[in-house]
Design a protein around this ligand. Structure first.
Ligand SMILES: CC(C)(COP(=O)(O)OP(=O)(O)OC[C@H]1O[C@@H](n2cnc3c(N)ncnc32)[C@H](O)[C@@H]1OP(=O)(O)O)[C@@H](O)C(=O)NCCC(=O)NCCS
Length: 326
């Protein structure tokens, strides 16, 4: 069984790729919805804007036994890590297919001038020993939390919204931020310092708009609730939720942040409660919201637990220097 590059996958190969993802998901659902064929096709054909990708697979007869996607954000040689995702059918594991796909991806990393690669995996799965035996180290622990909206009484949400701190008011919008708040929102996004560092680019009005446009281009809906301070020109805190067009009832929490000088006034839980109230009216089909929190972000985890989010799984982010790969 050889590794083949699928630079321009055919419809049949996309179907086969999806069959691998489905087989892996069926063996270990990890609380996540099964992948949809359209999602797989979109990802393989389009990729994200601002990012290229390379694909490899191992064929066993007419079927694919294992697949690997390498996402290359930014320009070649950019000082940003690439992202690798390898999936091996349960019946084909421990035969070295994962290692061979990783070696092919390492060739792709070198050809693109990338110095490192990251992988997101679930705690307690075979991916952990696989990555650790190939030069990867865990750099981030993420708590995957889920809120089931039918478990959150509307009165509790209403109470939280009514208990907003004096001197602030709520605003909200769908899609791209209104012009008059774009710069203020970019300032508030700086409050998510860790993420800004990781993404490698400072937040400004242009980047805020561009991020929202990427969501819209995918056909997904972005909802934002923000708290303005008394001057009306400062975004003290905000929260974003995305309802994917193929959501099947599940929305995704995006960024939430409160600027340092406005912390300690329950603005985080206020904007999140207001978001729940808005979604209940605007998108009643949304039944659950999922979110990932950095394991050391105790404040955000506490806010989410108070709202009713429960930890579903722990995700780990692993990173390896290209030089350590096979
Ligand atoms: C993780 C995964 C890709 C590994 O694929 P694989 O083809 O079974 O891995 P390999 O056979 O190449 O394993 C290479 C080495 O990794 C380690 N390893 C892999 N799976 C392991 C397991 N379940 N337990 C302990 N060590 C393991 C071993 O050191 C193994 O060498 P050995 O078999 O000689 O002991 C596969 O289990 C999988 O598809 N998991 C689900 C999807 C996923 O989590 N992907 C990770 C994203 S990068």
């Amino acid at each position: 069984m050889d590794v083949i590059a699928l630079d321009d996958p055919t419809d049949a190969q996309i179907r086969e790729w999806h069959a691998v993802l489905s087989a892996v998901h069926a063996a270990d659902p990890a609380g996540e919805p099964a992948p949809e064929p359209e999602q797989t096709a979109e990802r393989l054909l389009g990729g994200d804007r601002g990012s290229r990708q390379r694909l490899w697979a191992v064929a066993d007869g007419g079927a694919l036994a294992a697949v690997a996607a390498l996402r290359l954000p930014g320009e070649p040689g950019a000082d940003r890590p690439a992202e690798i995702d390898i999936q091996v059918r349960p019946g084909h594991r421990r035969r070295g297919l994962g290692r061979r796909l990783l070696a092919s991806a390492a060739g792709g990393l070198r050809a693109d001038g990338r110095s490192s690669v990251i992988a997101q995996v679930h705690a307690g799965t075979p991916a952990v020993p696989f990555l650790e035996s190939h030069g990867f180290e865990c750099v981030l622990v993420l708590r995957g939390m889920l809120l089931r909206l039918d478990e959150v009484p509307a009165e509790r949400v209403a109470r939280l919204v009514a208990a907003g701190p004096p001197g602030y008011r709520l605003i909200r919008w769908q899609g791209v931020v209104p012009d008059e708040h774009a710069t203020a929102l970019a300032h508030a996004k700086h409050a998510m310092a860790d993420l800004a560092e990781y993404e490698g680019a400072p937040w400004d009005a242009h980047r805020v708009r561009e991020t929202a446009e990427v969501v819209a281009k995918r056909g997904d809906d972005l909802y934002t609730v923000a708290a303005l301070d008394a001057s009306g020109t400062v975004v003290a805190g905000f929260t974003e939720v995305v309802v994917p067009h193929d959501a099947a009832g599940r929305a995704a929490q995006y960024d939430t942040a409160v600027a340092p000088e406005h912390r300690g006034r329950r603005i985080g839980i206020w904007v999140k409660a207001a978001m729940l109230e808005w979604l209940a009216v605007e998108r009643p089909e949304v039944r659950e919201i999922e979110t990932d929190n950095s394991g050391d972000n105790e404040h955000m985890i506490a806010v989410n637990e108070e709202l009713g989010f429960r930890v579903e799984r722990e995700s780990l982010e692993y990173q390896a220097p290209t030089s350590a790969l096979p």
